[in-house]
Design a binder for this molecule. Structure first.
Ligand SMILES: *[C@@H]1O[C@H](CO)[C@@H](O)[C@H](O)[C@H]1NC(C)=O
Length: 424
């Protein structure tokens, strides 16, 4: 057979093979082919892929009622309740894009001794809540209903730390999935707290990192022009939440404060009412206390009561505008990204039931995405702490490392490595 003839027959064979390998819409790809495909193509580079948070599997959870998870990242693209710069409706997109270097295979957190994306917890990016930009009353309701629905789903993997315990000994934070919200302006915290109150049936401890108090009485903006809807804004939502009884007044804290107050004295600090439900740690306090002193102050206020749920609310303007310019109401004189991350790391034992990272307004960010990068890192640290709190082992990590080498970087002995794999 001449060479060209054998080539033709090889090609013919090849094309037969190709047509045989073609599967109809309903045919299942055989196992060995699937394996081959995965080996060949199931890789994402940090810079590739459609941007979900940390390349997590993304599902529109609100339209998939059977979708369950242990931790959900959810976007709240809403910014029509701001008093100064708008634009935080683009925050979720920017934070997701800035999280691109968080890959499940390369996200071992040395301080914590754990890779949160490759541990016991199933973590899903649930996409965004579709929130109307035309009617804030409706937006409030949409967010509340979405948070309530997503926070009421069943957990998938009981945290390993809860397995040896009686049901009643399991900390309240381990009974429901945890939501991490990417804002959006800060008012998204109000519907989030309403949903948490409904789920946990008790006032929630709020740990609030911000340059501002956000407990402003709505008359601050205009005493004359008032309506139901003027109360729902990104500076008064904690006032409203407190009045609704959603916030625990004896355990909550503001940290990173440095805003100007109203009037001619410190009346905003001393007025009886919602203003008194929080202790106040100022941005400057870090000079005397150091980051770990700030941590101690917060821990001694909040404590580790396993029955008391804690909500962590992070306004990116807690950082100095030099590190986070892309935000709604910048205030010079804030903490650096490093200082803030150090503080968050010191708070890993808190009984977190949910968190938000808000007020990232990419239009005011720089080309290096400084603000969005900081926000993505903050989310990484929060998720790390949520996952670590469920591990049934002493993980040393960087903070626990001793000089003699013992108690150092921890190994998760019993945690199944399945969850992380699914996320790819
Ligand atoms: C917290 O304080 C505010 C203002 O005094 C009050 O309206 C609210 O009911 C208190 N919350 C709880 C849970 O007791």
């Amino acid at each position: 057979m001449p060479a060209w003839k054998s080539l033709v027959s090889v090609l013919a064979l090849a094309s037969t093979a190709v047509s045989c390998a073609h599967h109809g819409d309903n045919e299942v790809v055989p196992e060995h082919e699937r394996e081959e495909l995965l080996k060949k193509w199931d890789q994402e580079w940090s810079f590739s892929g459609i941007a979900s948070f940390a390349h997590l599997r993304t599902v529109k959870c609100l339209v998939e009622p059977s979708e369950n998870y242990d931790i959900a990242v959810i976007g709240a693209p809403f910014d029509t309740a701001v008093s100064y710069r708008p634009g935080a409706r683009f925050g979720p997109r920017a934070i997701r894009a800035a999280s691109a270097r968080q890959m499940s295979g390369t996200s071992y957190n040395t301080r914590a001794g754990i890779n949160p994306y490759n541990s016991w917890a199933k973590i899903t990016d649930c996409g965004d809540i579709p929130i109307t930009p035309f009617d804030n009353g409706l937006a409030e309701r949409q967010m509340y209903e979405a948070f309530l629905e997503l926070g009421s789903r069943k957990i998938v993997n009981a945290a390993p730390s809860t397995k040896s315990k009686n049901k009643k000994d399991v900390s309240i934070g381990a009974r429901h999935p945890k939501l991490v919200t990417l804002g959006g302006d800060h008012s998204v915290a109000l519907p989030a707290l309403r949903a948490l109150y409904k789920i946990y049936q008790k006032p929630i401890t709020v740990l609030h990192f911000d340059a501002h108090l956000d407990t402003w009485n709505p008359v601050r903006y205009s005493a004359y022009w008032q309506s139901e809807q003027t109360q729902f804004n990104h500076g008064s939502f904690f006032h409203k939440a407190s009045r609704e009884g959603l916030i625990c007044n004896s355990t909550s804290a503001h940290a990173g404060l440095r805003t100007r107050l109203t009037g001619v004295d410190d009346g905003d600090y001393t007025t009886p009412g919602p203003e008194q439900g929080f202790i106040r740690i100022h941005a400057d306090d870090i000079d005397e206390l150091g980051p770990m002193g700030v941590v101690e102050k917060i821990m001694s206020r909040i404590g580790l009561d396993p029955e008391q749920p804690v909500y962590l609310s992070v306004d990116i303007d807690v950082l100095d505008p030099s590190t986070a310019p892309g935000t709604g109401t910048p205030e010079p004189g804030g903490w650096t990204t490093r200082e803030f991350i150090r503080i968050l790391r010191g708070l890993e034992k808190l009984n977190l039931v949910g968190a938000d990272i808000v007020e990232v307004s990419p239009a005011y960010d720089n080309k290096g995405e400084t603000t969005a990068l900081a926000a993505a890192q903050v989310v990484f640290e929060i998720i790390t702490s949520m996952v670590k709190s469920g591990v049934d082992a002493q993980l040393g990590g960087w903070y626990g490392r001793r000089e003699d080498g013992s108690g150092g970087v921890g190994v998760v002995e019993e945690a199944p490595a399945t969850a992380g794999k699914d996320e790819l």
